[in-house]
Design a protein. Structure first.
Length: 616
């Protein structure tokens, strides 16, 4: 991260030859803006700040989860409802912590940078974009390394890796999306009439939406509800969905309040070289579109019943087909993009992404619930206290949400990059753009292959060295830790170097094609992988708990037990877990990282990019 921060400084500082003289503003030449050298310094600082905050998110999330595991196991003695309540509330602590400290660090950075930049909004928010790049860089490393660690660690202890993969990884992942959506909206807002009028409150509209989201999620978490009637998985899912639904309704009113207070009645936004007049209620509508699209996506992903999932596991091909059927889910995100762009251009897409992630505290609470309860089950097994844990642990209600919100966040970042690089509307028939889209579509598959292949070697090494008397020996965890870090060096290098190489040697037009191709490919591959793996995992839990009517009836008549279906899901789980935890989740960070990196380096690419075409 330090080395990459130095690279940011060198590239952005060279835009004006490391000059310390103020320059005419890009959009308003009548005003003088700070030199590019200042933006280079502040971009490098904000990059390191975002990386540190992302690491802190994963670390604090793991600390909370580890503290709560034993507590949840003890609460189970009082009933399933008490254990569920303990796991959910601890997940809420993690959700609020990540959302709040990410927002406050960004807000403080803006105020500190503003002491130097003054009314130079363009330079200020270009520098702040480095915060999203740092957060996304560590999110990719944390999510991928966490997935490798989790699946390799399953060989020695079936739940120990969940804290790393699903808490640390998911925490850094959603924090990265949270930071990137805010930075994209701020960059686009800086070239609107907000910046010309020096309206700081309106400029910080995305941050105010996120702040309102934290308050709404707090009210949702404290919403009075009785947990005494939770006796099976249906009750748990109902309780989790109810909180997500309530937070969405309350957030709708919160968006209206913030829009009415913070925004002027009308303003102009950037529209690819032209200006578009937007009303405050129209921008409010864009945020609401993103918010409700996220809820619809969530409910659709959980629309299948558990018996339907169980039936899909009779043959591996059926399980694959189950995951492929979900590739139509992003259509709601795409409709949100079209509608938001129609209303408020690129800024509409950016605030729609902010709206979709505004209830991130509740979503993180729900997401953290499952690995916490999984580990509580392991604690209970170690003290030989069996319980209805298979029922309790089935509730990954937000699995894959980060992937499904990628479309909006990536489009917002892509729009900010296009506006900063001053690219006219991209023509797909241009050879540069077309070839770039082919390269971009290839990257997610290449990345997935690299991460999937890193799961097996450490697992086989631990099996070869396994000593029953040292079941939890630190040697095994050292193997998984080393494998996870080393295994992510090449995949991260692939993602972070591709925009630099393409933008420097082939120019911004080909880079725009790479981003467009990667976005289309990422969404399809990531959702298919996550849903395939998730279906296999949930089928395993559901069937082993004895809850599947499919396992009880069809196989009971033929074999007097459900052994064949148990064998099938056990076999497919070994393939499904690496798909949903190792290769699928990091893909959404891939496109977001490439887009925000292109945005940060846009001044350098615009000035010095396309070296090959200049030479030849």
């Amino acid at each position: 991260m330090v080395a990459f921060a130095i690279l940011i400084f060198l590239c952005l500082g060279s835009v004006e030859g490391f000059s310390t003289q103020s320059q005419p503003c890009r959009l308003d030449p009548s005003n003088m803006c700070k030199p590019a050298l200042a933006t280079a310094v502040f971009s490098a600082v904000s990059f390191l700040l975002g990386a540190f905050t992302s690491v802190l998110s994963g670390f604090l999330g793991m600390q909370i989860a580890m503290y709560t595991d034993a507590k949840t196991a003890l609460e189970e003695r009082k009933g399933v409802g008490k254990a569920f309540f303990s796991a959910f509330r601890s997940g809420a602590v993690m959700g609020f912590l990540i959302a709040a400290h990410g927002l406050v660090v960004l807000y403080i950075a803006i105020h500190l940078f503003k002491l130097y930049y003054g009314n130079d909004w363009e330079g200020l928010f270009e520098a702040i974009a480095g915060y999203g790049l740092g957060a996304s860089s560590m999110a990719l490393f944390g999510r991928g390394a966490g997935g490798i660690y989790a699946k390799a660690a399953d060989v020695i202890c079936c739940h120990v890796g969940d804290i790393v993969g699903d808490i640390a990884g998911a925490g850094t992942d959603l924090f990265g999306s949270y930071a990137e959506s805010s930075c994209a909206a701020l960059v686009v807002a800086s070239i609107s009439s907000f910046g010309n009028d020096h309206n700081f409150t309106a400029m910080c509209y995305p941050l105010l939406i996120s702040s309102m989201g934290i308050l709404v999620c707090l009210m949702t978490t404290l919403f009075p509800a009785s947990f005494s009637n939770i006796n099976d998985v249906k009750d748990i899912n109902h309780a989790l969905r109810k909180r997500l639904f309530i937070s969405t309704i309350l957030m709708t009113f919160g968006i209206v309040i913030v829009s009415w207070i913070a925004l002027p009645s009308s303003f102009t936004v950037y529209n690819f070289g032209s200006q578009k007049v937007v009303k405050n209620w129209q921008l409010c509508f864009c945020v609401g579109v993103g918010l409700w699209a996220g809820l619809i996506i969530e409910f659709i992903t959980k629309s299948c019943t558990n018996d339907e999932i169980s039936r899909s596991q009779e043959f591996a091909a059926a399980g694959v087909g189950f995951g492929l059927a979900f590739v139509n889910i992003p259509i709601f995100a795409f409709l949100s993009i079209l509608l938001s762009y129609r209303i408020a251009s690129v800024y509409g897409i950016a605030v729609a992404a902010v709206g979709m992630l505004s209830t991130i505290a509740t979503r993180l609470a729900i997401n953290a619930y499952s690995p916490i309860s999984d580990n509580a089950k392991r604690v209970a097994e170690m003290i030989r206290r069996p319980g209805p844990w298979e029922w309790l642990s089935y509730a990954r209600a937000t699995k894959g949400f980060a992937i499904e919100s990628t479309s909006l966040v990536s489009m917002a970042l892509f729009g900010a990059f296009v506006s900063r690089a001053a690219i006219s509307p991209v023509d797909v028939l241009t050879p540069k753009v077309f070839m770039g889209s082919i390269v971009g579509a290839m990257l997610p598959k290449w990345f997935s292959a690299m991460t999937m292949k890193r799961v097996g070697p450490p697992a086989l090494q631990m099996l070869a060295d396994r000593n029953p008397q040292q079941y939890l020996h630190r040697k095994y965890f050292k193997i998984t830790t080393d494998a996870s870090f080393r295994g992510m060096i090449l995949p991260v290098a692939l993602v972070m170097l591709t925009p630099l190489i393409v933008g420097t040697f082939l120019g911004v037009e080909m880079l725009s094609g790479v981003l467009a191709g990667s976005l289309g490919s990422v969404v399809r591959i990531a959702i298919s992988a996550s849903k395939n793996g998730g279906a296999w995992e949930e089928a395993k839990k559901y069937i082993k708990a004895g809850a599947s009517e499919y396992a009880k009836t069809k196989y009971a008549k033929k074999t007097h037990d459900s052994a064949p279906i148990h064998w099938a899901v056990d076999k497919e789980d070994t393939a499904g877990d690496p798909l949903k935890d190792t290769s699928g989740p990091p893909l959404n960070i891939l496109i977001q990282l490439m887009a925000v990196e292109s945005l940060v380096f846009a001044p350098f690419f615009t000035t010095h990019g396309g070296l090959l075409f200049k030479i030849f």
